[in-house]
Write a protein that binds this ligand. Sequence first.
Ligand code: AMP
Length: 502
Amino acid sequence: MKLIETIKKYAQTQPDTLAFVNEEEKLTYGELWSQSERLAARIQSEALTDASPIIVYGHMKPVMAVSFLACVKAGHPYIPVDVSIPADRILKIINSSKAELLLNNSGTSVDTGDAFISVVEPGVLEGDGVPETDPARWVDGEDTFYIIYTSGSTGNPKGVQISAGNLQSFTDWITNDFPVESGQVFLNQAPFSFDLSVMDLYPCLQSGGTLWTVTKDMINRPKLLFEALKQSNVNVWTSTPSFAQMCLMDPSYSEELLPELSLFMFCGETLPASVARQLKERFPKARVFNTYGPTEATVAVTSIEVTDDVLNKYSSLPVGSEKPETEIVIINEDGKAVQDGEKGEIIITGASVSKGYLGEKALTEKAFFSYNGVPAYRTGDAGYKENGQLFFLGRLDFQIKLHGYRIELEEIEYQINQSRYVQSAVVIPFYREEKIEYLIAMIVPAEHDFEKEYQLTSAIKKDLGSKLPAYMIPRKFMYQKEIPMTANGKIDRKRLKEEVTV
Ligand code: AMP
């Protein structure tokens, strides 16, 4: 596979170039290659089922990149799992993926329940000689390269399988069609369990750059973050618009702080025109790109440079035109392609489309199909095309983005409904100026002995804490006698949304 070959080439020609930097550690291309070779040999000694997935657990450390590379060199896809994922969810991922090996880079122990899975700690692997993996074993073409678990409406996360071919098509697009030069410093903000991280990790490694990661400690302590950013020499900024918006609240977030910054790449949620405008004012030398796509079509499939002309022309920014090897079709409710300018569901076709959800045939058949003989994915996003530009108009279902995180409201509702204190529940996003600020759980409680509502809330939150990541737990809990229904017996989400919108 070209990506792996290219990393090998850098390891040979510029072994001392830094591939990965975090607040405490550094890793060169030479080390990335030799450590991943050693770990790949260790993985091969485990005699796993061919191409069975390997869970890579940890946060933003260099050993994560070593582990990913080791897995694919040993012929196995990897499943990145961040330390923010709670124990119950990790068990679900272990069981549904049938992973036989977990690489634990977290520095703490991990509960694998009664699953049949070995645990290896790559950080403590030692050895002198560097074995060489056989390139014929490396994942390639249709083989799955990684599996990323996203929120699922049935209450279980679902694993999106991305092949080596999918990833290569994406990585080539970013390195060829964006102003990315060799040897640049890429900001990595998203934990590896979110596919936004793929937008910096692999384009960075394919262009001989250095990945500069932001840990969750730094995000929680902006003063630390800004001090570190000042030393970073970041050239390429990849993040959710929400993260950039948060940084913009600090007046020192400007060209003075990051004089080398030349490119912003955004994905994952709407980029407000106001954010793009402020970035262009604060970083006059940098170019800003809005990109769009779901995990199921490998990070992003459309892009547009947000120039002054674009800002003058549109109050809501378009998400751009398709990458090579990709075509977007808008279809109506009858499944027929619509005319330019007409609204419908966004269908993505071509080389970026995943082969489906791991072990979930029914879910895969619902979302993935063949369109004129080409792999296609129903995004569930509404939109329209005009003069080659795609416009995003929101969701057709109950999937939302909160601070850049993809969440199925039904998954949260499913978990709240599991609590013995709950009779029924619905989760409503609270909007301010068309942006979701937080989630509200509206609950009809079951019988309970708590005197005060806050006691009930903390009991339900405690139940949720072991099942859902913190970003999925509603901030506000409201108790009702009943949940309002529409005339045809569905939860009246529209009315509930209006009730809580300011
Ligand atoms: P994820 O799988 O986490 O990348 O989430 C994919 C979803 O995020 C898409 O289906 C859209 O609903 C939303 N999304 C991604 N990029 C954009 C964008 N540039 N503007 C608006 N929404 C976006």
